[in-house]
Design a protein around this ligand. Structure first.
Ligand code: ADP
Ligand code: MG
Length: 145
């Protein structure tokens, strides 16, 4: 499974992206559909020897089904069960644990988490697909910046 990711166009940007993420508070990643933004970029960070071991990443997905599908896909690429280092948290359903470092959520869940914990105990937040879903992302992004 790991080989799948290493063949994608995003693989050649791994080191540059990790450097950018280390050095900047906010970055915008754009690339063709299917190049690996959603499934590979979070794994670049998890696999980075400096930021990987300590990081806790939260990623928004526009729909509940995409949060589940992407989390399950990444867990299988990493030969792990869902709910260990990779999980999801959507309304009324979650697969996560205290070991979860990469958590996929819907914007609604993230907003509720921000209401109860404005500082949000995560080291990095990635927002999947901002433009077509501008209304909720409009609210989420300024909260994170
Ligand atoms: N659930 C899945 N099942 C099979 N292949 C998948 C799945 N999710 C992603 N892929 C593969 O991984 C590649 C990268 O997907 P993804 O990271 O979602 O791209 P992006 O977010 O840049 O559009 C896709 O081109 C596809 O080949
Ligand atoms: Mg994507």
């Amino acid at each position: 499974m790991k080989r799948t990711g290493s063949k994608l166009p995003s693989a050649s940007y791994k080191n540059d992206l990790n450097k950018l993420i280390n050095e900047n508070q906010v970055i915008l990643i754009s690339g063709e559909t299917g190049c690996g933004k959603t499934t590979q970029v979070p794994q670049f960070i998890l696999d980075d020897p400096i930021q990987g071991p300590k990081c806790r990443i939260i990623v928004t997905q526009p729909r509940r089904i995409s949060a589940i599908t992407v989390a399950e896909r990444i867990a299988s690429e990493r030969c792990e069960n869902i709910g260990n280092s990779v999980g999801y948290y959507i309304r009324l359903e979650s697969e996560k644990s205290s070991n979860t470092q990469l958590l996929f959520v819907t914007p609604g869940v993230l907003l509720r988490k921000l209401q109860s914990d404005p500082l949000l105990e995560v080291s990095l937040a990635l927002s999947g697909l901002v433009w077509p879903y501008l209304t909720l992302s409009d609210l989420v992004l300024p909260c994170l910046v």
